[in-house]
Design a protein around this ligand. Structure first.
Ligand code: SAM
Length: 335
């Protein structure tokens, strides 16, 4: 459907969990920032996460409103033991034409085949450093080799195009942009540099985010690719590259006027803008006190019209540059 600004909303990012096995310094709160609602329905996912049953009730409402592309995210989606089952369900929904997942890749190698067979189309793997020590430091404990094994498995099982999400931080991994670009030259990998967004966990290091222009300045070999450049990403490549290099610049070049996405958090809140605190509690629409009195058809009609109303009100743009403070960190929204 279109929102009130005429943007065609067809992309849902569905967070499956707020839990993560890494704690990237700019993404996740430290010790003491572990609050997470615990209001899941009996038999649902852990820690109040949407259950398979809830997902099966919510998804048809969104596809009826025009969602055609779904990305699974988190937290870390691989922590959901029923991930393959969720993928198989989403893969069976005829309206969903593109099913992707964003993951840190830890443990992906062991599950890539099963996920592909279940119907997963492709993966984006977050990878901020190619140096084991720096990777461990940024992720607070991650094993670089595990993630690289995940990248290899994704290529081997055809979870393609395989994209690598990389946030460059001054003083941490800013010397590695060239090594990432070399990966795109030598392998069919699509490296995407994403600008750091100032969530509260990133606040202490916000000044350390590197802009797309700063990275491009030192890489004159890259040429802009017109057909590959999309609504949120500017794509580049150099001569003989097997992959591409993308720049996602929400801070220096906001793309809100092209934004086609909505998000559902792991605890069932619909968010139509990453840079806005508005939320619609989908669970209360599905499991309100009078649920027993409603038929499934009536419940779905109520949820659909509430979702449509919320999409219509999607904010025109984020306010990251104007002191906006998100009540949720990225891992609690679904990046
Ligand atoms: N655990 C999965 C992963 O690591 O890809 C999925 C969730 S993670 C929140 C998704 C993406 O959000 C990662 O690529 C991460 O780098 C990005 N991210 C988190 N906080 C961010 C921030 N403040 N600015 C920009 N990107 C951020």
């Amino acid at each position: 459907m279109q929102d009130s600004l005429g943007r065609q909303i067809d992309y849902l990012r569905l967070s499956l969990t707020g839990r993560c096995n890494l704690a990237c310094i700019y993404c996740r709160g430290g010790a003491g920032d572990t609050e997470w609602p615990d209001a899941g329905e009996p038999g649902g996912g852990q820690d109040g996460e949407l259950s398979m049953g809830e997902i099966k009730r919510i998804i048809p409402c969104t596809t009826a409103l025009g969602i055609r592309k779904v990305r699974l995210t988190g937290g870390e989606p691989l922590l959901r033991e029923d991930l393959e089952e969720i993928v198989a369900y989403l893969g069976s929904v005829p309206e969903i034409q593109d099913l992707a997942m964003t993951t840190n890749g830890q443990g992906l190698a062991r599950r890539a085949a099963a996920l592909k067979k279940a119907g997963l189309g492709r993966v984006n793997i977050s990878l901020d450093s190619l140096k084991p020590g720096v990777y461990r430091e940024i992720t607070r404990g991650g094993d670089l080799e595990e993630t690289l094994a995940g990248v290899r498995a994704a290529l081997a099982w055809g979870l393609e195009p395989v994209k690598l999400n990389c946030v460059i931080l001054k003083g941490r991994n800013d010397g590695e942009a060239g090594a990432f670009i070399a990966l795109a030259r030598e392998q069919p990998l699509h490296v995407r540099f994403i600008e750091l967004m100032p969530f509260r966990t990133a606040a202490g290091i916000a000044s350390a985010g590197m802009t797309s222009a700063e990275i491009l300045e030192t890489h004159g070999e890259l040429r802009r690719l017109e057909p590959e450049t999309g609504p949120v990403e500017t794509a580049y490549a150099g001569k003989g590259f097997r992959g591409t290099v993308g720049f996602i610049s929400p801070i220096s070049q906001p793309f809100c006027r092209n934004c086609n996405r909505i998000r559902i958090t792991a605890d069932g809140k619909l968010k139509t803008c990453l840079g806005h605190n508005r939320e619609l509690d989908l669970r209360s629409l599905l499991t309100g006190p009078d649920t027993a009195l409603r038929s499934a058809v009536a419940e779905s009609a109520i949820a659909k019209s509430a979702i449509a109303e919320e999409i219509a009100r999607k904010p025109g743009g984020h306010h990251f540059g104007e002191g906006f403070v998100s009540q949720r960190t990225m891992d609690r929204i679904g990046g």
